[in-house]
Design a protein around this ligand. Sequence first.
Ligand code: P6P
Length: 342
Amino acid sequence: MNTSPQFPSAASTTVGTTLEEHIMAGQRGSPGATGDFTSLLSSVSLAVRIIHSRVRAAGLAGMLGYTGHTNVQGEAVQKLDMFANEVLCTVFERSSHCAVIGSEELDELKLSDPMGRYVVLFDPLDGSSNIDVNISIGTIFAMLRVPQGSDPADIAASLQPGRLIAAAGYAVYGSATTFVLTTGHGVHCFTLDPNIGEFFLSHPNMRCPDTGSIYSINEGNSCRWAPPVKRWNEWIKTEDKATGRPYDHRYVGSLVGDAHRTMMKGGIFAYPPDSKNPKGKLRLLYEANPMAFLFEQASGAATNGIDRILDIQPTDVHQRTPLVLGSRNDVATFRQFMLGER
Ligand code: P6P
């Protein structure tokens, strides 16, 4: 039986709690843990630090700009996207614990180690369009176990609903590089000390406030929204002191940036379906699911506007979904508009 891991106590004033110590503490709290999971999480940490170093120097290293290729999404692939994808694929393949790799930058799922017990799914560099203008970008990942007795080569092993995620997290390459992680026992944020290349626990037990005061949506799409979304959008911008409206509007166009702010300050992020993206724009397996798992672990909520993201049964690696996440009360209000209850 898994007991709740006893994470290291609050950092001492001299030496903080490192990401590795936190991960190891999590393993000690899981009887029967083999260390595979811990090893995979350490692989992610290495990859993020390598990507961090390249992102920081991208302008000088000639890594800005496009490669001339387009990915399965039909999006122009930037040099840093390819670099981040190669780094993550390499560390997971070397770990020998990863059976299947799924990436925004890979057309198909990639079989790795047949003895591996985990499926890893990631967006190697989310927010690519912001790379050249120095706005926060990030890496998003989810890890799931290969179901007992199933063949990793069977795509069904990877197309599991998000509620079965074993670990999820994201890195934000912003004014600081932060790493937000959950293994199902709360959400914990680590900040990189670039001078020593170590992540230190900076925000233990993160909790998304039940109600916020910020809404985050691309208002430029408003002409394409369905009427319930337009009604919600007008409602949230209407003066009403009793309900703290109008909310402030913030939108940076990187899911990791908008989600991290929402996680820290509360409020709501929404990318609803519209006439240009009738199924939504964001990808279920390696964007919406990991974010939804993290927000629920932080007492927040995540839906497709109506239904819980984590209950969606995937049918394709790159399928898209509408995504509404953030403070549970704000997500619930959005849902009332979608159901016509407001
Ligand atoms: P739009 C970035 O390209 C991304 O996939 C997410 O990181 C972000 O939330 C969204 O697209 C932004 O899309 O249409 O508002 O530019």
